[in-house]
Design a protein around this ligand. Sequence first.
Ligand code: EPZ
Length: 416
Amino acid sequence: MDKFIINGGKRLNGSISVPKAKNSYLAILAGCVLSSGVVTLHFCPNFVDIHKMLEILEVLGCKVEKKDNDLFIDCRFIHNYTVPNEIAKQIRSSIFLLGPILARLKKAVVCYPGGCDIGARPIDLHLKGLKSLNVEISERFGIIECSAENLKGNDIHLDYPSVGATENIMMASVLANGTTRIFNCAKEPEIVDLQNFINKMGGKISGAGTDTITIEGVEKLGSVEYTPMPDRIIAGTYLLGCATCGGEILVKNVEYEHIYSLITKLRDAGLEIEIKDDSILLVSNKRPNSFNKIETLPYPGFPTDLQPQSLVLQTISNGVCLVVENLFETRLKHVPELIKMGANVLVKDRIALVSGVKELYGTEVCCTDLRAGAALTIAGMVAKGQTTLSNIHIIDRGYDHIENAFNELGADIKRE
Ligand code: EPZ
C-alpha cells in the first residue's frame, strides 16, 4: 500500500476544509513539556509526524490521551530527559524538544534530527542560542547532551531567521531567570501560534510575528485548552491542485493572510480568487499564465513548502518561470520526476527554469520528500493517462490521506 494509481485529466469541484497546522502542532506538542498542568488540544490532525511526536512525549513520561480529535497531555510527571533515537531521527521536530526538556529537567539528550531530505538542515543556530542561555552542550557520535543548572535569559541574534531555532530558544527561555530577546527571529504564523499557546499557560512572550521576540522568564506554566492554527501549506496545496487541474473549489477554515504571497501569484497568473471570511474561492477555467518568478523566502515571503506544488503549476502554464529555492539546498528533487512526465525544466543548483508545455503525460514516478510527494500527486492528477506514484508513505507525514481530499473534489486516485 505504498503507491498511488492516478488517472489524470479530472477537473476539481466542491469545497474542502483545512486541518490544523502540522508545523504549529509539532511545536506546540513540544511546548506541552513546559506545562506543570494538563494541556487540552483540539482538532489533532492525523499526520504521521504528529503520531511520532506523541510517541516521544510518552517515552519522556508524559501521559497522552486521545478522545476523538481532542488530545489530553499531562507532562506533570515527566522524568526522562533522553529523546529516543529511533524516533528522533525520523522527524525534524525532535530537535525542538531540547528547549522545553531543559527548562523542566535541566538536562536533555537528543540525536541529530531527521526530517525531509531537502538539504543539510544544520542545527548550529539551535545550539548557539541555547549556549547563550547558559546551557552546556557536548556533541559526540551525533548525540547532543545538554545540561543547564541555571537557565539565564540573554540577548540572542540569529544569523538566519530559522523557524525551529526560534521555537527552541523561545521554549528554553520561558522558565529561565530573567529576560531573553531573540533578534532576527522567524516571523512565521506558527511562531505567533506558539507564543499564544505559551502565554495562555501563563508565559510572558511578546513580539512574535515581528523580527524581535521578548520572553520574560516565569516560575511555572499551568493548564490550558488550545486550538492551533489551520495548515496554510495544505490550504495552498489544495488551491494549487485546482489551479493546475482546472475547476472551482472553496477552501474552508483557512487564514488567507497566511498565504497572501500565493494568492497574489495566483491572481497575477489570471486565476479568479475571492476571499470570504475564513474561506477562499478559486476558479480556474482557463490555462493560467506563468508566475514569471518564484523566489522562496522566510515568511512573509513565498513559502518554500509550497514551491514544489507551485512548480508543477508552472509546467503547464503559459510562458516561462524562474524558480529560486533559497532555503534548502536540494529541494528540487521533484523536477527529474516531472521531466519523466514531459515537463520542460532546466535545473542548475537551486534554480529551475520552467517552460510551460501543453500537457504532461502519466508514467511511473517516485516521492522524494513530503511536499515533492504532494506536488507529484497534483502532476499525476493533471497528466494525460495513468501515473503510478511510489513511496507515498512520505506524504502521510504531513497530509491525512491526501488522496481522500482530492478524490472528494473529483480526482481519481487509488492507494495500492
Ligand atoms: C521548519 O523547518 C518547517 N518544519 C519546514 O517545513 C519549513 O520548510 C521550514 O521551517 C522553513 O519554513 C517544521 O516546522 C517541523 P529553518 P526548520 O530552521 O525549522 C537554515 C514541511 O514540509 N538553518 O527555518 O528546519 C537551514 O539550513 C517542512 O512541513 C541553519 O543554517 O527550518 C535552512 O536553510 C519542510 N542552522 C534555513 O535555515 C540552523 O540551526 C531554514 O531552516 C537551523 C536552520
